[in-house]
Design a protein around this ligand. Structure first.
Ligand code: SAM
Length: 435
């Protein structure tokens, strides 16, 4: 594709994303590229890089467009993005905005007079302007900024900047089938150089975006794509061989796979969820990973399943539905969709799920509550409220003896962030049933 044709496709994709504001941008992009299989890998990456840059700078671009007295259409957003000072992968060297909007075959129509004026006004300006409100500079909704300030204190700007960066590509090595060194060697044979992660004892980090799913190691179930933060949640669950373990919000079994690994395929693990398609997605992954000790259970309204198994699990993991604010590196559009009402609904749901999940833990057993959120109301506040209402649980005194770096858990809680740990934002509380 020519640079102009890539730009035209980026405008189309951004339009599709704007037309379905409640749908995650990566789901829209997947559908977009599925319908356009003629677009090759390199073109896809170039188109996505522009669109994701527009999503990352959404509020700043809107501010510049408003200042230029223009309307924030997908075209205007990309004109602003290309006119403001940008790295070369966003704007090919030597191409002006006017060149790219050439009006040729497959290119976007030429700039209107208003668009030319916008491009001229923004040319060479820095993305961030001293007059921008703080929430615009930080690319967060106005209502959310005070909550983030409360969560991060003086580090708020650095933490949010880290959440706006590029996500890493992390793999969990499946010790049921291989070792970390052997998995790295096999990946290298497929041209992918991976290094060991700092925190997870089973992790490998791959630089840039590489086609990991096409490697022999991935196809044989030797590695799974899983953020290092998620791997730390698996470690915190401390599921051991022979235990009865419940992954209460298992989704497509990302953490079930990890726990089956630490259990060395011995004992029993149940993956529950209210979503049938997600649980269905687990089947192939469990098989590929060589997991034999897992069963799936679909939770349905009025289900007696949990009542019958009260107090019977050594470990219960609640990987709770949450705002996903810790994953903004991967989903920069999520912060634009998030509302105060979403937070209120999710915290209500988290409290309900925690209460049921807690009833399933045996005396002496552990309940691990995790989110990929950075908001205190979904994390520490949720746990404080739970412990007040459920006095037969307490925070675990010791970190599990499962390879977690010393000092990572404090007072039974782990809070990870891209700034401090180079992972997605994650929270985990390790709780113990005392009676
Ligand atoms: C953060 S995701 C889990 C991700 C998964 N553990 C993984 O590692 O891939 C949260 C999951 O909670 C499920 N969920 C939502 N409400 C639930 C409920 N009331 N009970 C159990 N699971 C629920 C959702 O369907 C979703 O799959």
């Amino acid at each position: 594709m020519t640079p102009s044709a890539r730009l035209a496709a980026a405008i189309d994709l951004l339009t599709a994303i704007e037309d379905t504001p409640r749908r995650p941008a990566d789901a829209v992009a997947n559908a977009f590229f599925r319908e356009r299989r003629y677009i090759g890998g390199g073109d896809r990456r170039a188109i996505s890089a522009r669109v994701w840059a527009a999503l990352r700078h959404w509020r700043r671009l809107a501010w510049w467009i408003e200042r230029g007295a223009a309307v924030p259409t997908p075209r205007a957003r990309l004109i602003a993005l290309l006119s403001l000072a940008q790295p070369s992968e966003i704007q090919p060297p030597g191409e002006t905005v006017q060149d790219l909007f050439s009006g040729d075959r497959y290119a976007p129509p030429p700039l209107t007079a208003g668009e030319r004026a916008l491009a001229a006004a923004l040319r060479g300006q820095a993305m961030v302007h001293p007059d921008m409100p703080r929430a615009v500079v930080l690319e967060v909704p106005d209502w959310l900024l005070p909550r983030l300030e409360a969560a991060f204190g003086p580090d708020v700007e650095a933490e949010i900047a880290a959440l706006a960066g590029e996500a890493t590509l992390d793999l969990r090595v499946n010790l049921l089938k291989t070792t970390r060194a052997e998995a790295a060697r096999l990946l290298a044979a497929d041209g992918i150089e991976a290094r060991q992660t700092d925190l997870s004892p089973w992790g490998l980090r791959v630089p840039g975006r590489q086609p990991v799913t096409a490697t022999a190691a991935f196809k044989a179930g030797l590695v799974e794509i899983q953020d290092e933060g998620s791997q730390i949640v698996v470690a915190a669950a401390d599921a051991r061989p022979g235990m009865r373990v419940l992954d209460y919000c298992a989704g497509a079994a990302g953490k079930t796979l990890g726990m089956a690994m630490t259990m060395q395929n011995r004992g029993h693990i149940v993956a529950c969820d209210v979503s049938e398609p997600r649980l269905e997605g687990a089947v192939r992954r469990l098989r590929r990973a060589g997991v034999h000790n897992a069963e799936r259970h679909l939770l349905i309204p009025g289900d007696r399943w949990a009542r019958r198994r009260a107090g019977s699990f050594d470990r219960v993991l609640v990987d709770a539905p949450c705002t996903g604010t810790g994953t903004w590196r991967r989903n920069p559009d999520a912060r634009l969709r998030l509302t105060e009402q979403d937070v209120a609904e999710l915290t209500r749901k988290q409290a309900e799920i925690l209460a049921v999940a807690a009833s399933l833990v045996r005396p002496g057993g552990r309940l691990v509550y995790a989110t990929c959120s950075i908001l205190p109301e979904e994390n520490q506040d949720r746990i404080d409220a739970f412990l007040r209402a459920t006095p037969h649980f307490r925070r675990a005194d010791s970190t599990p003896d499962c390879g977690l770096p010393p000092g990572l858990a404090r007072d039974g809680m782990i809070a990870l962030s891209p700034l401090r740990h180079g992972t997605d934002g994650f929270f985990a509380a390790i709780l113990e049933r005392t009676a």
